[in-house]
Design a protein around this ligand. Structure first.
Ligand code: TMP
Length: 212
């Protein structure tokens, strides 16, 4: 685990669009705070003023996939240096809605950028930093796509990708989780939202017990 005695935990949430990840994010933050821990809650792309401006470009402007990767990592560089590392060093837990695993799944498996190229950028932008724990909210692609179509607001560039794209992204997430089970917790997101939340809370409580 990537922490000294008073360093906070770095916890990330991942999942395909429509998995219900953002709803569960609040449960993670509340559970940690309820246990008396200090929490910095943040997201990617974004998390800093510059990062949030880059997020707008990423979600809405047409660009090549290489540009997309480089913008993701540019936003991430600001985020790691200005928010994530300082918070962890202050002893805060950092709960981040997506991190580099999303780039490996979306830009890598989804859009075909070689994994080794993404790993090189990851080593440049955040050497030695990786999440202590990652919750994967996993749902079948059909359910995710159904949820995306049901929502009222306009979809963004990523949400308009095909079911085949999301199937590749999901498989990559599941593959990463299987390869590194001590870091990943796979949550079945197909169930009713309250049951998913109970499972998320249960997992976070177990993580806290494990480290305290
Ligand atoms: P969000 O909807 O979870 O906030 O994420 C915004 C979109 O950005 C989502 O569709 C996934 C995508 N994304 C990537 O493609 N690569 C990344 O590295 C990150 C952080 C997000």
């Amino acid at each position: 685990m990537n922490q000294s005695s008073n360093r906070g935990l770095f916890i990330t949430l991942e999942g395909i669009d429509g998995a219900g990840k953002t709803t569960q994010f609040d449960a993670v933050v509340r559970t940690l705070r309820g246990a008396g821990r200090h929490v910095t809650a943040t997201r990617e792309p974004g998390g800093t003023p510059l990062g949030e401006r880059i997020r707008e470009l990423l979600l809405h402007e047409t660009m090549t996939t290489s540009t997309e990767v480089l913008l993701m990592f540019a936003a991430r560089q600001e985020h790691v240096l200005r928010v994530i590392e300082p918070a962890l060093l202050r002893g805060h837990d950092v709960v981040c809605d997506r991190f580099t695993d999303a780039t490996l799944a979306y830009q890598g498996a989804g859009k075909g950028i070689p994994q080794d190229r993404l790993q090189t950028l990851a080593r440049w932008v955040h050497p030695g930093l990786q999440p202590d724990f990652t919750l994967l909210i996993d749902v079948p692609v059909e359910l995710a796509v159904q949820r995306l179509h049901a929502q009222q607001r306009e979809t963004d560039r990523f949400e308009r990708e095909s079911a085949e794209f999301f199937a590749r992204v999901r498989q990559h997430y599941l593959g990463m989780a299987a390869a590194e089970p001590e870091r990943w917790r796979v949550i079945d997101g197909e169930r009713n939202v309250d049951l998913v939340r109970d499972d998320v809370i249960f997992n976070i409580k177990k993580i806290i017990q494990h480290i305290e």
